[in-house]
Design a protein around this ligand. Sequence first.
Ligand code: SF4
Ligand code: SF4
Length: 474
Amino acid sequence: METPSNEVFRDSIATINEEGKRSWIFPKKPSGPLYDKRKIVSYFLLAFLFASPFIKINGNQFLMFNVLERRFNIFGFPFWPQDFHLFVISMIIGVIFITLFTVGFGRIFCGWICPQTIFMEMVFRRIEYWIDGDRNKQMRLNRQKWDAEKIKKRLFKWFIFLIISFLISNIFLAYLIGSDKLLTYVTEGPKEHMGTLVPLLIFTGVFYFVFAWFREQVCIIACPYGRLQGVLLDTKSIVVAYDHKRGEGSNGRKKFRKNEDREAMGHGDCIDCFQCVHVCPTGIDIRNGTQLECVNCTACIDECDTIMEKINLPKGLIRYASEENIEKKTPFKLTARMKGYIAVLVILIGVLLGMLALRNDVEARVLRLPGQLYEHKENNIISNVFTYKLVNKTSETIENVSFRLRGQAGNIKMVSTLESITIEEQGIAEGTMFIELKQSDIGGDKKKLRIDVYSGEKLIETTDVSFLGPRSFN
Ligand code: SF4
Ligand code: SF4
């Protein structure tokens, strides 16, 4: 089927030329109120990203995702593999939140919060503007032969990009293994930790490749969130949009000429200056409509507003708006789909908060030793052997830990000289113990027992076990 003429732009992407080769984008340096606001948001988020591995709450790193040791800290709360269900709920909440946000506000996340956009547009691109100059200078430099100036500029830029990539890798490592460990590795020197240094350098290479070369391709080709836009967006979603009704008028766009009555001629407000295209970091023409490549960076809004101001026309020819806002001139409304997502989100957040509130600082698991039934001892005492595992999720050592039977006469004997246990901060204590009951107290071949775990006289956890006795045949 042949593509309609007004949809031909969808057959190709701006970053790949007809021969299938990379077409480099030289976006104009953005400026304007939205760009200034994005700069503030970006620098705040960058400061947060770089600082949070070094912030501690109750001795816990503020954010840590130690997949290697399966330990996670979120907002200073430590999560263990035993808390996996909480982690899964948090992830589901995150996905629903992003889905809801996308249905309502399109790809705003990409433009304002996504680390790829922030690093690319607010760090690497700004360094590039500083070294190579704005769009025209960059294009000239690109065409220029490899003379002293070009070599100097390129080497300087690539060196700075490499340093920043190395820095980013270190920060990601601090999230992965913890900032304390990272600082120890740094002070002890790389030779001692080659196993960490090698992946660190590989990641430095990956970041360098992404920000120095791959760039907008991440958003256009690689990002799965970008691919989802097609199914999540509808005509009511707020996106960066060109007001085609106003821009095209009844007679299309036309270049600006002084003292010309555009309205009488039926021309729209778009003066076809291409500034919105030149400033676009993904190289698209937003006037073609909502496109998958648009990361909602708002650069074209600022650029077009500047043009509108210059020619004395109202701002907002390109603005945050939905297709319906533009077609019917109606304000933003919550759709049934969004209300549904909000309801699910509120329920899940409630469930998560409830589970967090009920979560114990200590997790106890007591299991019967596999293959062992019971032992008949003197005086009709039946003994079962159990293994225990105690997980201390706090950042304080828990001392004087002991087990007691609740509501049941009997003995607990630890297989160690120590009758009480110490669990190091964020540590695990494991061991074996015997539980002994009088046969007459078992009342059958199986009995449920409740075991309380105490630290001194403070009850810190409760767990249940099954106690086995001899089968009675009466
Ligand atoms: S910047 Fe505005 S006026 Fe210029 S081409 Fe883009 S939409 Fe038209
Ligand atoms: S079309 Fe506008 S908002 Fe979208 S990526 Fe390009 S400049 Fe940014």
